[in-house]
Structures are given as C-alpha cells and as structure tokens.
Design a protein around this ligand. Structure first.
Ligand SMILES: [Zn+2]
Length: 203
C-alpha cells in the first residue's frame, strides 16, 4: 500500500493479516491456558518436577500441546549430546531423532516406574493423559522407557516406587508384561510401536 488508499485486494490482504494474527493470539492463549494448573516445584529425590494444582480424573487430558513446529527442533542423538544436552534433557521422537528441552513447564516432567501419566505424541504436538485419578498437588510423571529406544541411553531412577527398575532403559528392555501394559494403554512412541510390531514372531 504505497498511496495510502488501499486497493480492494490490499484491504483483503490486511484483513487476512488481522484475522491470522487474532487466530494466532487465540491459539497462544489456548496454549497458555493449558498450563494454568501446572507448576514446577522441588521433589523429594529427583530435583524439580511438574505438578498439578487441580485434580484430574482417570483418562483425563492433563496437557494437550498443539504446535505445528513441534518436531522442527529434532536432531540426532550425537548432535544434541555434542551441544551439551544430557540423556535426561532430551526426548526421543524417532529412531535417531530427539527433541531438546523446548522451554515449557513440561520439560520438568520426571520419570517414574509407576507413572500417573502417559504421553501420546503426534507430528504436531502431544497429549499427556492421566493413567489414573490424580489428586491436586500430585507430581505428574511418565515412564521414560515408553519413549526411549536407544542403547546409548540409561538413567539411574530414584522414583522410589515399589516397582522401581533402578535404571531406566529402552522400551525393548522392559519386562514383557510391562511392555504389553503400556502398548494396550496406547502411550508408547509410534516409532517404537512400529518397530515392536515388526519384531514380533508370526503367530
Ligand atoms: Zn523407578
């Protein structure tokens, strides 16, 4: 718009611009609203963790993150380790594809061998699902092994639950019954499920 008098096409363009900006802001507000009930606080044994300030029913969605660029920062394991990230910082989204922390509260979600949440990851975001009823003030956890298939990664676990495995390893190294339980719940990374199905013996 050079003359100051917009042509018809330019008006449409400007309106479009404002519509897009309004949608973007609404989307941002919606995304921020997701985090209103979540907070980060110290845990007994695992540093900082993610907590919920309100109760969540079983199967309820704790967090629904939609982000078209969710996987844009994914890099190989070697690249992220070379950049100074540790095994505990990164999140596996493909056979050799990992996300570094992305600056949201859920970066602080700790592992537990008896988790109260599970993750369903999509190309454009993820859902964090309550696996049981969760009380207000509880820490939110998921089992890191449901999104881990990398022999180079192991982590000492201090979850302190009755079924603590001591060391967090890849999904394929979980006891068979635990693998089946997580697969039935639909909270195992898609790239692991596909691989797991391929490796199953034919009936
Ligand atoms: Zn544990």
């Amino acid at each position: 718009m050079v003359s100051g008098i917009p042509l018809k096409g330019e008006v449409m363009h400007i309106n479009q611009h404002f519509t897009l900006r309004r949608l973007f802001n609404e989307n941002k507000k919606a995304r921020v609203a997701q985090y209103i009930y979540l907070y980060v606080a110290p845990t007994a044994h695992s540093g900082l963790g993610l907590f919920t300030a309100r109760a969540v029913p079983a199967n309820g969605i704790v967090l629904d993150v939609q982000d078209e660029d969710y996987l844009a920062g994914a890099r190989s394991y070697a690249e992220l380790i070379a950049r100074g990230f540790t095994d505990g910082d990164i999140f596996q989204v493909g056979p050799d594809l990992f996300l570094p922390p992305y600056g949201q509260l859920d970066d602080f979600t700790n592992h537990s061998c008896e988790p109260n949440c599970g993750l369903r990851v999509y190309p454009s975001g993820f859902d964090m699902i309550a696996l049981r009823e969760i009380a207000a003030g509880e820490e939110l956890t998921y089992d890191y092994s449901t999104h881990l298939e990398n022999p180079e990664e192991t982590m000492v676990c201090r979850c302190g639950t009755g079924s603590c495995r001591g060391i967090v390893r890849s999904f394929s190294q979980l006891p068979a019954a635990v693998r089946e339980k997580y697969l039935d719940l639909g909270i195992v990374a898609k790239f692991i499920v596909e691989n797991h199905t391929h490796n199953r013996p034919c009936p």
